[in-house]
Write a protein that binds this ligand. Structure first.
Ligand SMILES: C[S@@+](CC[C@H](N)C(=O)[O-])C[C@H]1O[C@@H](n2cnc3c(N)ncnc32)[C@H](O)[C@@H]1O
Length: 386
């Protein structure tokens, strides 16, 4: 059921974007495939909304939103419910669960980075967190809370960026040391029916098992993610631009007189899609570009034009490069970029090369291989929050 009792502000602040039932079905198919005797587990959703994820003989749902719980109770009166902040005083005893009870956590915890919270509307009590789950992103806090609850399995939806961005992965703390990703499916955020014009990003339906192995970042880098339309990818298969040039402001290491141009800070591919590339002058977010590494920044500038050919599931990845193939075409990339940005000066060459568009397109087809999106007329769905 779509969430329909909250206004816009509360929806954003609570991250109350409810999950279509076919995604809940996917969660249960992963569980059925990987968890023997799953019927005997207690199913717990600590951010349950209307209770769409609660299936099985014993179910427990919790939510900070009392009105949502009223509807959950009407939908499934046999369930057990708690109206509380699930990130505060986290313990099994909060749910009257004993130590030995086998528990699977399911759900779609709220996702809210600090920029998307409409702060003045948030009550203080809703913002309280146990110190050991505090993080920049409320979804990361929820994952950490599952470790405090010592869930035996966790099968939830969350942004793929929690795993593939190193800083997020590190922020998973004890969760990553005690849980291992054992199965998953990646889907587009566009499957959620919110209506803004934001860029689609990858969401993972992730099944984690509690075990002593846990995960390190190398485990994630080599992991073969699979999408719901059967594409396979791993982050290790690409070389990335960060191996060649600075992505963040570098005025401490590059002197003024060495600087040939300025470039906007580079985050992931989706950020590049919205961001500027070459800047007219230095700003707080500017990277200083030297004459030597200018071609690589021209590469990123041209890369930006090809983003429509990159599938949503690589949207939170770093900008990729095939260095040898790029070096062969370097003057062509430089010239294409220089013609877009006259401030780079004619000195670096603005000549038109024969078949330049076909050559650059050929480069990106080779770089992306099976991931290259031919038909860019079919825009993926859009989504603004969680
Ligand atoms: C993405 S919705 C998921 C709802 C439901 N599980 C579904 O997918 O249909 C996130 C839910 O988290 C709840 N929530 C947000 N912060 C919470 C907190 N600190 N404690 C408990 N629930 C919270 C919201 O009220 C909202 O119902």
């Amino acid at each position: 059921m779509d969430q329909k009792h909250l206004g816009h502000k509360d929806t954003v602040n609570l991250g109350s974007y409810y999950t279509p039932s076919w995604l809940v079905d996917l969660v249960y198919s992963l569980i059925a495939k990987n968890v023997p005797g799953f019927e005997n587990y207690t199913v717990l959703d600590t951010s349950c909304g209307y209770g769409g994820f609660l299936r099985g003989a014993k179910t427990i749902g919790a939510d900070i939103d009392g009105k949502a719980l009223e509807i959950a109770r009407q939908n499934a009166p046999q369930g057990i419910y708690f109206n509380h902040n699930s990130l505060f005083e986290i313990a099994r005893s909060q749910y009257k669960l004993d130590k030995k009870e086998k528990v699977i956590v399911v759900g779609n915890p709220p996702y809210n980075d600090t920029t998307s919270i409409i702060r003045h509307n948030i009550k203080k009590a809703e913002f309280l967190r146990d110190a050991d789950v505090v993080s920049r992103d409320i979804g990361l806090s929820f994952l950490r809370s599952y470790h405090k609850l010592a869930a035996d399995f966790v099968c939830v939806l969350h942004p793929l960026s929690y795993l593939i961005k190193k800083a997020n992965f590190d922020a998973l703390g004890q969760f990553k040391n005690n849980y291992q990703l054992i199965d998953s499916v990646v889907v587009s955020s566009g499957v959620f029916s919110a209506t803004s014009q934001a860029t689609a990003f990858p969401i993972i339906i992730a099944l984690y098992e509690r075990n002593s192995l846990g995960m390190d970042y190398a485990y994630i880098q080599q992991y073969h993610f699979k999408t719901n339309d059967d594409k396979l990818f791993s982050i290790k298969e690409f070389d990335t631009i960060g191996n060649y040039i600075a992505k963040y402001p570098n005025h401490k290491t590059v002197r003024d007189e060495e600087t040939a141009a300025y470039f906007y800070t580079m985050r992931d591919i989706n950020a590049l899609k919205r961001a500027a590339t070459f800047l007219e002058k230095e700003t707080a977010n500017a990277v200083r570009v030297t004459k030597t590494n200018l071609p690589y920044y021209c590469y990123v500038d041209v890369f930006k034009d090809y983003i429509p050919h990159i599938p949503y599931y690589l949207g939170n990845s770093d900008i990729m490069i095939n260095n040898d193939a790029f070096r062969e075409l370097e003057p062509l990339f430089v010239s294409l970029s220089a013609r877009k940005h006259p401030q780079l000066g004619s000195a670096i060459g603005t000549k038109q090369y024969p078949d330049e568009e076909a050559k650059v397109t050929g480069y990106f087809k080779r770089l992306l291989g099976a991931h290259y999106v031919e038909d860019v007329s079919q825009k993926p769905g859009v989504f603004s929050g969680w």
